[in-house]
Write a protein that binds this ligand. Sequence first.
Ligand code: GTP
Length: 774
Amino acid sequence: MAGVVVMLVLIATIVVTWVALVLAERDMKSIIGDQQYALLSAAAAQVDAQMSAKKVLLASLADSMPADAGLDTARMKVFIDRHPSVRREFLNVHIFNRQGMLINTAGDQTAALELDARVRAYLERVLAAGKPVVTPPFKSLLTGLPAIMILHPVLDAGGRPAMLLGGSIDLTNSSFLEQIAAQKPGKTGFTFIMTTRGTLVHHPNPTRLLENINARPGHNRATEMALQGFEGWTEAANKDGSEGIYSYKRLKSTNWIIGSRFPVDEAFAPMIVMRRHAMLASAAFAAVAGLLAWIAIQVLLRPLGRLRRNISDIRNGVADIGVLQRRRRDEIGELGSAFHELISERESAQQAIRDSEALIAASEKRLRTIADSLPALVAYLDRDLRYGFSNEHFRTMMGVDPQAMLGKTIEEVFGKEFNDSLAEHNQAALRGEHVHYERQGHHQGAPRQVMGDMIPEIAADGSVSGYYLMALDITERKSAELRQAASEKRLKLLTDNLPVLISYLDKERKFQFVNATFQHWFGLDPATLLGRHLMDGIGHDNYYTAEPHLDKAYGGQIATYELKTRIGDSLHTLETTFVPDLAPDGGVAGIYSLTHDTTRLKEIEERLTQLARIDTLTGIANRLMFEEMLQLAMVRAKRNRKPLALAYLDIDRFKEINDTLGHGAGDAVLKEFATRLVDNVRAADTVARLAGDEFIIIFEQVANTAEAGRLAAKIIEGMGAPFEVAGSPRRITTSIGLALYRGDEEALCDLVARADGALYAAKRNGRDGYAIAD
Ligand SMILES: Nc1nc2c(ncn2[C@@H]2O[C@H](COP(=O)(O)OP(=O)(O)OP(=O)(O)O)[C@@H](O)[C@H]2O)c(=O)[nH]1
């Protein structure tokens, strides 16, 4: 960063310096060029002035020349010698006749010489115009040196040109040309003169005189411009490639071109020195400025560098984002705050991503564990029927490595035949339908029953991207179902042929099962009863009789009751038992109802009871035997005049025992009660059970009612110890009605009735006591 700034300072300084130099050089060149052109213009004016002076001198000679001096050499010399300036201005003075023949000369040469052919043309022009003319340069025939000549007509008495006066000028040794040469620019520059055709009239190199400027090979743009009429200054390279400032001006006297060349090396030498100094100064300045800029940047960038290191440390996990400086109140502080916010946002975003990735990974792992633990094939297939997921059960059920299946089609894994057998289901699932199927398959040669579900995966745009498969081997279940169906069939056959009404009621007391006996007994089709309420099946009256027992059974207890009802034309006694169907949670899921026709049984039972004299439950005398014994006892009492006492007993609230603890418990109480009665009477006394919880005792030879009372009290006392009822101790009491028989004319039934009446009195008196009849 600092390096870049230093470089920029250096480059900027150099560029600024360079541009300033270029501008200065351009101005300087312009000044030098203008100056050079001004000098050249002055030199041109000087040449023109010199030429004019020479022409004037030649005109005055022509005018004053004696007529005979033309042919007489001696007179000619005398004449010329009288004009000393002629010798200074001209190398020689000649006289030509009209034909161009040299007829006299002021020099030593006397031979008549012919003029150079080109000079002759000028001569004719002079003769025609009658005005002086300067000839182009030529090599003098007399001296062999390059020269020019000014020709002037000499008029005869009639005013016509009779001869020509020519003043020759030596180009190698002419004072006015030397003056021009002295005005050359700088030390290495030079001036030169050429004709409009390019013939060099004056040049610092005398060997090039009379040579055409273009004789040397090469190209000089400035020279070409000058020959085409350019006046002024320009910068160009000479034929050697050396740059120079060229200035050109036309001479008014001859229309020749006077030029100068000032080599750039010399012309701009001070400028080059200045450029070098300026570049050195600017380099020094740039170095100092760059150094200062570097130091300033180092100072300014130090907090930034610290910030950068902190961020790098945070990235490398070496530091916490708390190291970012946020207390600075400048741009660095703002940058630190911005980084702090950025990094904390990034960290929370990364944390959120990590959390969600961990959640997804955990969720995927759970899913994978669940899927692998399922006793079913679980897979995902894409639109090309390639497996994207498969669980471990493929290994156990199909013998295929689930990992090796991934990316392969059904056909590639299980073969064409298998794939074809599923084609219809696959197509339906890929159409977006939920497919459920059961099919026969084979595994390790054994037939297997498979149940499958294909659940399509539907993308947001409604297209189906694949489907999830779950397939179960239901062979065991299926055969269990078949076994159960067979068992149920057998059971149904059995129940339908039993002379028992068998039904199952659900929680709402509706029939869920009804056997064929309903048809036989009541003409009710079992199928029509299913789902209907019990009341619809057995009628209102029977239902209300059954209701308390139903309530008991739905309370979780077995309930049995008897009912007399009509079957066909005859009255039947039906004993129904409700057995609760206890659910695993202890609740009652429903009730099994079993109804026997006990009519025949009851009849036999009654007949047997009548025949028997012993109560089958308690083993003591029954009503029949009691009546026979009482008859005999009454006869004895009458005969012996010894009264007897009849005690009529009833167990207090016996019904509660039956209702709460069941009939069995009630029977047990009756047996224990009878045993205690027998234990608390004399051997001669008769203890009998009349019916239900009603007992009777015949006490013979009782003196009076007081003694009868004592006997009753003894019995009540005998019941004092708690009974063992259904595994728990329970206090059982009894009420006793006493009637004394003193041998009067009293019928047996009246005596019993009196004892019964006294019993009711004892009940009214609050039970657990006795009462004596009047
Ligand atoms: N366990 C059993 N119960 C019987 C037998 N015979 C009748 N019962 C029942 O005995 C009960 C007699 O009840 P009750 O004597 O009328 O009334 P209780 O509950 O004793 O009331 P109180 O006599 O007023 O104290 C009836 O519920 C009969 O169904 C039987 O052989 N065994």
